[in-house]
Design a protein around this ligand. Structure first.
Ligand SMILES: *Cc1c(COP(=O)(O)O)cnc(C)c1O
Length: 428
């Protein structure tokens, strides 16, 4: 093979070949918990990671592995694991890096659930997060201390129409010898491949665009394979004999696949946040059309955002694909194929008008989800970002007067007509 395969080819073919047992062309759903060992030596080799194969579906399953390999290929990573949700993926990404007393330096502009997970829940593991404005690289550098083990941000931040300057952030992480973890859910590898901008790990909620049709929750962690886990002594789970896996030194033994194998052999084995083969099947079906859907998502988002911006009932629109956005130039650099399909707009009339708006849409669905083929709407301040205080809501781009849209792949004219009638009702 001389020329690497293109994205559209990889989204259909990567990670799968005709089933060796039956010739089945589509990836079969391997609905099995366990796999018969050839003999005792084979079993021992599998458990020693001397031979790669299937043992038990909490660790690996052929349908799930096909999806993991496909996502790794689309992101340009060395390896990937799939897990039960996007939130599971975030824990799985941090797990090999952190120990009690360690922290992650994270952007203030994150999915509301992630702010919650990082503010409160990870404290139960003895981990913590420091939230910083990622438009200020000096502030990130200042927040990093001896106990920092990762830097975390989203490519296109949910919900506020914000695009992160990934190369600038990667530079700060590199200078500190830390891995940069990028949640690429809202951009997808079609619009942005964070590893090409310096990310070490890419996490996904496959629940969203990768599956694309709002059927199953899932997550993935992709490793670039490029980080030197042994350089600083800060990542003993990977660079030193791992007591949780009979003293195997993952980085020395497995090189670029160290993170991925640790995530399977220790992370999935002991935390059990496994994706099931049915779920992987739905996501494999969706991912085949990722580029086609993203093109339409972006095209529609531009049309709807422009229409809203010109409407007198709207105060502002945060879509980074609009020239009025402070992130327009950055979006062109980081996401040259389009600035995604997720943005907020402010309704004249504030909180009450926003609530009326979501109660009056007919084609848009009022749901706590994004990245569906269907167009979705939500008032973040009264739902997903409800548990944050107002200062955190504003910092996260979810102020009380804004509504978030996830633009689907329907006819843009129909979406505009629906928003038109709902705005009329909301501002009457
Ligand atoms: C939805 C989402 C998550 C969480 O994913 P789940 O699959 O719901 O657990 C994390 N980050 C972003 C950007 C998301 O949109």
């Amino acid at each position: 093979m001389t020329k690497p395969l293109g994205f559209d080819t990889l989204q259909v073919h990567a990670g799968s070949s005709p089933d060796p047992a039956t010739g089945a062309r589509q990836v079969p759903i391997y609905q099995t918990t366990a796999y018969v060992f050839r003999d005792a030596d084979h079993a021992a080799a599998l458990f020693n990671l001397q031979e790669v194969g299937y043992i038990y579906s909490r660790l690996t399953n052929p349908t799930v592995s096909a999806l993991a390999d496909r996502i790794a290929a689309l992101e340009g990573g060395a390896g990937a694991i799939c897990c039960s949700s996007g939130h599971a993926a975030q824990i799985m990404a941090l797990f090999p890096l952190m120990s009690p007393g360690c922290n992650v330096v994270a952007s203030t502009r994150l999915y509301g659930g992630t702010i919650q997970q990082f503010t409160n829940t990870i404290r139960k593991f003895g981990w913590s997060a420091k939230f910083v404005d990622f438009d200020d690289p000096d502030a990130i550098a200042a927040a990093i201390d001896d106990n920092t083990r990762a830097v975390f941000c989203e490519t296109i931040a949910n919900p506020g129409g914000y695009v992160t300057d990934l190369p600038a952030i990667a530079k700060v992480a590199d200078a500190a010898g830390l891995p940069l973890i990028v949640d690429n859910t809202s951009a997808t590898p079609y619009l942005c491949r964070p590893i090409e901008h310096g990310a070490t790990l890419v996490v996904h909620s496959t629940t969203k665009y990768l599956t694309g049709n709002g059927t199953v929750t899932g997550g993935a962690v992709v490793d670039s394979g490029k980080f030197d886990w042994s350089a600083s002594g800060k990542f003993p789970s990977l660079s030193e004999p791992e007591p949780a896996y009979h003293g195997l030194t993952f980085h020395a033994a497995l090189g670029a696949m160290a993170f991925t194998f640790h995530s399977i052999a220790v992370g999935l084995r002991d935390l059990g946040m496994t994706m099931n083969p049915q779920g992987a099947h739905y996501t494999l079906m969706g991912i085949e059309t990722l580029s086609l859907r993203m093109q339409r998502h972006v095209e529609n988002a531009v049309k709807v955002a422009k229409w809203l911006e010109a409407d007198s009932r709207v105060d502002f629109v945060t879509y980074p694909g609009l020239e009025s956005s402070p992130y327009f130039d950055r979006a062109k650099k980081i996401c040259p194929k389009g600035a995604g399909a997720l943005f907020t707009f402010a309704v004249k009339g504030g909180y009450d008008a926003c609530v009326k708006l979501v109660d009056n849409v007919k084609l848009f669905s009022h749901v706590a989800n994004l990245g569906d083929t269907r167009s979705l709407i939500i008032h973040s301040a009264s739902t997903t970002h409800r548990q944050l205080n107002e200062e955190q809501q504003v910092a996260a781009g979810a102020a009380p007067n804004v509504v978030r849209l996830s633009i689907g792949i329907e006819d843009a004219e129909d979406l505009i007509a629906d928003l038109d009638q709902a705005l009329a009702a909301a501002t009457a």
